[in-house]
Design a protein. Structure first.
Length: 347
């Protein structure tokens, strides 16, 4: 296992992170514990979760993933062996995140309440990396090409969010801060705020990145390299679509899109043809589709860690094995040639 710096900190995180959003719906507590045990055995020291999880968001399962991780930490007594990351939700009209049933947003009061809930569920007194799950601005999110719908409430300034996160660091509840689903403009504002002394410096940005969505390379990759705000890459298999299991409308029993019908981000015009091209390339070079997709993400110079997820130990083993592969130059050239032809069909 390779270990890489988390931003400009002295923390070294594994190049592969265990994503846990299936814990609490697709995976039981015991299955979640088994995945966590196996990940630790394989050298993974970075665990990512969120107050939102499990996915899809539901009031009856909100926080279930953090609770499962918390019972594992307590049972194993190994808090010092893992780097723990979680997130506070951004603006949402869903009312089940806060005690007063108000819509959530990333302001000081919401952040204070959110972190206390996460600490309680995780059964720890500190969080290594606390992230804002999505921005509080009119921007396209989660594969949409239109700005997110707002509720008429004033926008929470990045500076306010940063100061609130800084208070958590000062209180010892959080060691470092990061963002997720953020843009270059937003990242720049956070960094400027830190330079002005409004709060701590970001150490990471967690965004989607895979063979179908390489828009991170356009400008955010430069931030990652020059400012040491590395990418925590999520969805390396494009929600499983890059395995080919959903091609031609297939819906395997027990698969996420079969269960929840949430794959619209990867069902746009031209996507199936693009996936066919990558599947053909995998056959040509003698790799599996999982190996091609995972190795590509993990080996990018601006990626701090590749967040992988699974619903079975067999899937988890396959993903870890694939993500640890080196990517030969000739295969990378073939990938880039396909990217030149097909672009980013799933931004």
């Amino acid at each position: 296992m390779d270990y890489r710096p988390l931003g400009r900190t002295d923390i070294k995180v594994s190049s592969i992170t265990l994503g846990t959003m299936t814990f609490g719906q697709q995976n039981t507590e015991s299955e979640g514990h088994a995945q966590l045990d196996y990940a630790l055995e394989r050298g993974i020291n970075f665990i990512d979760t969120a107050e939102l999880y499990s996915i899809p968001p539901r009031p009856e399962t909100q926080g279930s993933t953090e609770r499962i991780i918390g019972t594992w930490l307590k049972a194993r007594g190994n808090r010092d062996k893992v780097i723990l990351a979680t997130k506070v939700v951004g603006r949402t009209q869903n009312t089940w995140y806060r005690a007063d049933k108000s819509p959530a947003r990333p302001d000081a009061a919401n952040i204070r309440e959110a972190v206390e809930g996460s600490l309680k569920r995780l059964q720890t007194d500190y969080i290594d990396l606390y992230q804002v799950h999505w921005p509080d601005r009119d921007i396209p999110l989660f594969g949409s090409t239109a700005p997110s719908e707002r509720d008429g409430a004033p926008e929470v300034a990045i500076e306010e969010t940063l100061e609130a996160l800084g208070d958590l660091v000062k209180a010892g509840k959080v060691r470092h801060i990061g963002v997720s689903n953020e843009t270059s403009w937003g990242l720049h504002r956070y960094l400027l705020g830190a330079e002005r002394g409004l709060g701590p410096r970001l150490v990471s940005n967690q965004n989607a990145y895979n063979l179908l969505n390489r828009i991170y390379e356009t400008d955010l990759a430069e931030f990652a390299i020059r400012e040491q705000v590395g990418l925590l890459a999520y969805s390396p298999l494009a929600q499983g679509y890059l395995t080919g299991k959903y091609q031609r409308g297939a819906r395997p029993a027990g698969a996420r899109t079969t269960l929840f019908n949430r794959g619209q981000r990867y069902e746009k015009p031209g996507v199936e043809e693009t996936i066919d091209a990558y599947l053909a390339l995998a056959r040509e070079v003698g790799w599996t589709p999982v190996q091609l997709a995972q190795a590509f993400v993990t080996t990018r110079p601006f990626v701090t860690t590749n967040i992988i997820g699974a619903t079975s130990l067999e899937q988890l083993r396959e993903n870890i094995d694939a993500a640890e592969l080196a990517l030969p130059a000739d295969i990378e050239q073939k990938i880039n040639a396909l990217h030149q032809l097909h672009g980013n069909p799933c931004p």
